[in-house]
Each structure stands twice: as structure tokens, then as C-alpha cells.
Design a binder for this molecule. Structure first.
Ligand SMILES: [Zn+2]
Length: 169
């Protein structure tokens, strides 16, 4: 079936963006080649219902315009995705930096605690000879052990964060 389109028809059915899949009435679309002098053989989408009821308003869209539309939509989506990814990267990097600082501080605090503990142990040993408390030394040792465990765990966590930061960049 041959269909012709006047320039006034092209203003109808502009509600759709991109490549249309259906008319707004819900009917399927078919593509035709224009028969007018200005747009000879130019392809366009037309609602199948319109073929029977040409007086009604149904979807019309040039195929080339629809494709350009679609490319613009995909382009915009891609830009948005890139923006989202960049902001996610920045956000993650900042968070990791903050966490790394906190871990550094914790390690420093643990180091300080361990240093004081060692000093206390040393002075404690001296005084322990005079005082009659033999349980003091093992207690100090066990707390020093648990502190070093925490330090090892903190260092391992720091290493993991550092590796993650490398991977995510
Ligand atoms: Zn329709």
C-alpha cells in the first residue's frame, strides 16, 4: 500500500522520543516510504490503525529523525552514567582516604599504648622484685599480646583498604 505524507502530518505524533515501538493508541507501527516530491522514498513510521482511519491522529515519525533521537538518548544516558561513575569514584576515594587516616591514627594510638605498656612492664619488673605480686607480669604480657594482635589486624585492614583503593582506581 502506498502512503503519502504532507508536511502537516509530520507535526503529529511528536510526543514520542527515540525509535517508536507502538502508537499512543497501542497499535503496532509499520514503516512506509514517502511518495511526496520533497521526501521521496524517505522512510517513516505509521500507526496501523491510521491506515483504516486516516482522519484520526495517530503516530507519525520519520525513521531518520527517530534514529538521531535514539542516538541522542543513548548519548545522554552514557554521559549520565559516566558522571555517576566519576562521582562514585571520587566519593569512594574520599571515604577510603578518611578510613586510611583513621587506621593510621589507631595504629599510632596502639603503638603509643604498647610503648607505655612496655615501659610499665620494665618499671613493673623492677618494682615487682620488691612487691609480692607474681600475677602482675603475666597479666601485662597477655594485654601486650592482645594489643599486638589488634595492631596486626589494623595493619591487615589498612593493607586491604590500600589494595581496594588501587583496584577501584
Ligand atoms: Zn494509533
Amino acid at each position: 500500500m502506498s502512503s503519502s505524507s504532507s508536511s502537516s502530518i509530520s507535526h503529529l505524533g511528536r510526543q514520542t522520543t527515540g525509535i517508536p515501538t507502538r502508537c499512543l493508541c497501542g497499535a503496532n507501527l509499520t514503516t512506509f516510504g514517502a511518495q511526496t516530491k520533497d521526501n521521496l522514498f524517505r522512510r517513516f513510521y505509521r500507526c496501523e490503525i491510521w491506515l483504516k482511519r486516516k482522519s484520526e491522529h495517530h503516530l507519525f515519525k520519520w525513521v531518520d529523525e527517530a534514529i538521531v533521537d535514539e542516538i541522542n538518548i543513548v548519548d545522554a544516558k552514557q554521559s549520565q552514567l559516566k558522571e555517576d561513575l566519576d562521582s562514585f569514584k571520587l566519593c569512594t576515594a574520599r571515604r577510603l582516604e578518611k578510613q586510611a587516616k583513621q587506621i593510621d591514627q589507631t595504629i599510632q594510638q596502639i603503638q603509643m599504648l604498647m610503648d607505655t605498656n612496655t615501659n610499665n612492664c620494665a618499671t613493673g619488673d623492677n618494682s615487682a622484685t620488691s612487691s609480692e605480686d607474681p600475677k602482675a607480669s603475666p597479666k601485662d604480657l597477655s594485654s601486650a599480646n592482645s594489643l599486638s594482635n589488634i595492631a596486626v589486624a589494623a595493619i591487615a585492614l589498612g593493607a586491604m583498604v590500600w589494595i581496594y583503593a588501587r583496584i577501584s582506581n
